[in-house]
Ligand binder design. Structure first.
Ligand code: CAA
Length: 394
């Protein structure tokens, strides 16, 4: 195995790091405090090609691999996870879903806009009574011949206030269970679409999370994605890739807290020497470094498997559950290392700690990831996911 990034991947990582440190860091504390949507920053992400990184150039995307995408999300999440979730949903759920399963007309009409960042997209699966249990969709889309009539409410929708198009999952035939579920492209300014107030959240406070209501929305048949009844599988396939993005976000949050902690521990003195020279702190840094590196390998491996068109279902869940738990654990440690300074906003780590929590919840809770992993390992009767012996990461 070669654990090395190629030149293109290194260039993406460097560009994302520079953007995050120079353009996102100033103002990140205020945007978090004021729940201020990063309008200028998202526009810049579009100009830098970060909103449709994996989309092929013919649709306005960057044509990059999933590892480059994970690297960009990681660097941006070290600084601003509100920006990285906006980016992640747009890239992994919306763009990838449209490019992989959309018709040519849908790609020309919608993908070309979301891949460049001209439009932002949202993915509308969760409902007040259908979070983890995603087959229990109450939103209905009734087939009226040449169109569907959509009714229902979607909750906790990232990009809910700013998106111009939604991918909406809805039940068209309750008797068929999950096989009656469809996915649709709905434009935000269509009659009958209304957006609730922005959620006041623990973390990722600058990103816009909203409830969206659909009342008798007329959706043309050509806006359905895939065959009739494909909607649940569409959502699952899209989320399997999306979990790599959130795993990369969690990795970035952990790595950001680690970088701040190493710098602080070398600068701050106690009992006549830098606190990094006290074993209590040095061991914390060692554990952070070790577990973050393990998370990094899982994240990059799941991205690599996706790029090789190999099965990455369990791998992306493993990456997400592990990286998000590492993020939670080590952002708490980062606050501890910073002591009193860690408890105030100026030092960034308290925000990283608050941001870490959502990575254990959205795009499938840690408990859902364990369901996916356990089903896969039991189905295959294996305790690990094999990859070819000559695989190359990077
Ligand atoms: N790929 C393709 N198909 C899949 C699949 C996958 N990864 N996972 C399941 N399916 C298929 C199954 O094969 C099955 O099809 P058949 O009947 O034809 O065999 C069908 O889907 C139903 O699967 P299950 O019987 O396994 O369904 P289940 O009810 O047991 O649920 C689950 C499975 C994995 C728990 C699923 O409900 C799930 O992932 N829940 C979590 C939902 C989630 O992640 N929500 C996040 C919201 S989006 C968000 O957070 C975005 C944001 O804004 C940040």
């Amino acid at each position: 195995m070669i654990f090395e990034l190629n030149e293109e991947q290194l260039a993406v990582k460097e560009a994302a790091r520079e953007f995050a440190q120079k353009d996102l860091k100033p103002g990140v504390i205020d945007r978090d405090r004021e729940m201020k949507y990063p309008t200028e920053q998202v526009k810049a992400m579009g100009e830098l090609g970060f909103m449709g990184m994996m989309v092929s150039p013919e649709y306005g995307g960057g044509g990059m691999d999933s590892i480059s995408y994970a690297l960009a999300i990681e660097e941006i999440s070290k600084v601003d996870s509100s920006c990285s979730v906006i980016m992640s949903v747009n890239n992994s759920l919306v763009c990838w879903g449209l490019e992989t399963f959309g018709t040519e007309e849908q790609k020309q009409k919608y993908l070309t806009k979301v891949a460049t960042g001209e439009w932002i997209g949202a993915f509308c699966l969760s409902e007040p009574e259908a979070g983890s249990d995603a087959t229990s969709q109450r939103t209905t889309a009734i087939d009226m011949g040449d169109h569907y009539i959509l009714n229902g409410t979607k909750n906790w929708i990232t990009n809910g206030g700013t998106s111009k198009m939604h991918l909406v999952i809805a039940q068209s035939d309750i008797d068929k269970g999950h096989k009656g579920i469809n996915a649709f492209i709905v434009e935000a300014d269509w009659e009958g679409v209304s957006i609730g107030a922005k959620e006041d959240k623990l973390g990722i406070r600058a990103s816009d999370t909203h409830t969206i209501m659909y009342t008798d929305v007329k959706v043309p048949k050509e806006n359905r994605i895939g065959e009739d009844g494909f909607g649940f599988k569409f959502a699952m396939k899209v989320l399997t890739g999306g979990r790599i993005g959130i795993a990369a976000q969690a990795l970035g949050i952990a790595a950001g807290a680690y970088e701040l902690s190493v710098a602080y521990a070398q600068e701050r003195e106690a009992f006549g020497k830098p606190i990094s020279k006290h074993q209590a702190i040095a061991f914390k840094l060692a554990d952070m470094a070790t577990e973050i590196e393990a998370a990094r390998l899982l994240v990059y491996r799941s991205a690599w498997l996706k790029d090789q068109h190999m099965d990455y279902n369990a791998a992306s869940s493993m990456a997400k559950v592990f990286a998000s738990e590492v993020a939670m654990k080590h952002t708490v440690e980062a606050v501890q290392i910073h002591g009193g300074y860690g408890f105030v906003k100026e030092y960034h780590v308290e925000r990283l700690m608050r941001d870490a929590k959502i990575t254990q919840i959205y795009e499938g809770t840690s408990e859902i990831q364990r369901i996916v992993i356990s089903r896969e390992i039991l189905k295959n009767n294996k305790l690990y996911i094999p990859i070819p012996i000559n695989s190359v990461v990077g």
